[in-house]
Design a protein around this ligand. Structure first.
Ligand code: FAD
Length: 493
């Protein structure tokens, strides 16, 4: 069989995963990346020297979920070994928690995350591809548009390559049998499609309702990472927090709150961020100056949306010989930690579908779309619905209404408030008391079981309701200070 040529637009996590997967299927791949991403000598050098305006989130905390860890290990064992050699580590949940949760945590082998900084992940992948004879990675090349002609049988535009501009050599046209758009959340796919006469690309877009702040720290020599005795991330109601263990004794803390909350937006300042992290019991021991020191400023990220691009409508793609993957196709609230997993999975689905449908671009697009709709879109819908509910609850709280009061004055029940109450006073305490609930939660959180399987399981739901029914007998469990106390501390900082 003649080898086909695939052009991948964007050389970040998903674009590189697509190149890896397509090369394994026997294709020739050219990756075009607008930023300068040199193959540095070490992950630390990449962390310090890479400027990536095209992927600003690379400077933020990244969790690599068990679904991603397991798929990397199984589908690309040599890349997995290279990650471990670079300092990334499999993190079995049962091994990192303190005594309280250890007794409850399932020992399941597949509940294993990858502790790794985002830049390390990309650097190892970049180096791995540089050693491949099937992949050409060209950085400082900006794709400006698509080359296409009408397909005689379907009337759809058939993409035949891209128009690009290289920083050193200027404009060029690059022919391709398939173009993969992995150019991220700010893809220009809509304009590119319009320019080749395709039907308009529509998207579902909804705000995530948060801004996001991250700071990286390094553990002092000889100091053990503090035990994690409780959730690694949680919601204080007005602010969300998470701890991200990384590689090379570096970890990061992320804080997120509503963009409208002007007072909390001050956490983007270093002293205020430090004060907030020191006020939360779960993060306090990590940012203790005796344990670690900050190694970066606080990086902020705003304008976050849940987005799904509708590239296939009525069972037909908007163009043949083209498909978006990763963030260019779908992205959701980063707090879910699902972006890189969705990108990696979509890249391998694309390579598999492309290999299964040689010479049939319509069949390829339909098969890939069906798999994405079945396997990936439910994760986006789950996050979109959660964000919608959280934005509503935050709005009620700001208006002085308790978002957990579910009994209406006329005796009826507000289902949204009931669900919030069930989660806060049922699910959250059950995670500390019931191994079955904890296991089900962790499997969904890590994308190993479907998002509906947590509250959709009668057994799990019954256990959560049983804990919720005892809510008045339990001392309220405080994950951290209330909003007023936090605001006072932040003002003092
Ligand atoms: C604040 C924040 C925190 C996050 N935390 C997590 C987390 O904990 N876990 C997780 O799994 N995910 C997380 N994500 C999501 C994750 O970062 C993304 O899902 C992931 O980066 C998607 O990879 P991608 O390759 O599809 O897109 P990107 O990483 O955005 O890469 C797109 C690439 O395309 C290049 N490009 C763009 N246009 C062109 C062009 N015209 N020509 C050539 N190149 C171009 C860009 O320079 C860039 O390199 C987070 C996201 C944010 C915003």
């Amino acid at each position: 069989m003649t080898r086909r040529h695939v052009v991948v637009i964007g050389g970040s996590a998903t674009g590189m995963a697509a190149a890896l997967a397509l090369a394994r299927s026997g294709e020739r791949v050219t990756v075009l990346e607008r930023d300068a991403i040199p193959v540095c000598a070490s992950a630390v050098e990449a962390f310090e020297s890479w400027q990536r305006p095209g992927t600003p989130q690379a400077r933020h905390s990244h969790a690599f979920l068990a679904r991603l860890h397991n798929s990397v290990r199984d589908r690309a064992p040599d890349f997995y070994q290279a990650l471990l050699a670079a300092g990334a580590a499999p993190l079995r949940l049962a091994e990192i928690v303190g005594d309280t949760q250890a007794a409850l945590l399932p020992a399941d082998e597949d509940l294993t995350l990858l502790a790794c900084r985002r830049i390390t992940f990309d650097w190892v992948l970049r180096r791995h591809l540089a050693a491949s004879t099937d992949v050409v990675y060209r950085d400082r090349v900006m794709v400006e548009g698509l080359e296409a002609s009408p397909d005689a049988s379907t009337g759809l535009p058939q993409v035949r390559g891209v128009r690009a501009r290289a920083a050193e050599s200027g404009a060029e046209r690059i022919a391709a049998d398939l173009v993969v758009d992995a150019s991220g959340r700010r893809t220009r796919l809509r304009e590119w499609l319009a320019a080749i006469g395709a039907a308009p690309l529509e998207s579902e877009v909804q705000p995530c309702g948060i801004f996001y702040c991250t700071r990286f720290y390094r553990l002092h020599e000889g100091v053990e990472p503090p035990p994690i005795d409780g959730p690694i991330g949680a919601d204080l109601g007005y602010m969300k927090y998470a701890i991200f263990p990384g590689d090379s004794r570096i970890f990061s803390i992320t804080l997120a709150a509503a963009p409208e909350d002007r007072e909390l937006r001050r956490v983007v300042r270093e002293r205020v961020f430090q004060a907030a992290a020191a006020a939360i019991p779960a993060t306090r021991s990590w940012v203790d100056p005796a344990v670690s020191a900050p190694i970066t400023r606080v990086h902020g990220f705003g304008d976050l949306n849940d987005t799904l691009r509708l590239f296939v409508r009525d069972d037909a793609p908007l163009a043949l010989g083209l498909f978006p993957v990763g963030d260019a196709l779908v992205h959701a609230n980063p707090l879910s930690g699902r972006g890189c997993t969705l990108g990696w999975l979509s890249a391998w689905m694309l390579a598999d579908a492309w290999a299964r449908h040689p010479g049939d671009p319509l069949g390829f697009a339909r098969a890939l779309h069906a798999e994405i709709a079945r396997e990936l879109v439910p994760w986006y819908e789950d996050m979109r619905d959660q964000d919608h509910a959280a934005i509503r609850a935050a709005g009620l709280a700001r208006a002085g209404i308790d978002p957990l009061t579910f009994e209406r004055p006329d005796g009826s029940v507000d289902p949204g408030a009931y669900l919030r109450s069930l989660i806060r006073d049922g699910l959250v305490p059950a995670l500390r008391e019931d191994a079955v609930v904890l296991r089900a939660f962790l499997r969904v959180f890590n994308m190993l079981d479907s998002p509906k399987s947590l509250l959709g399981s009668p057994d799990v739901l019954q256990r959560i309701v049983a804990v919720w029914q005892r809510r008045h007998q339990r001392e309220p469990f405080r994950l951290g200070p209330d909003r007023d106390e936090m605001a006072t501390r932040l003002r003092a900082a």
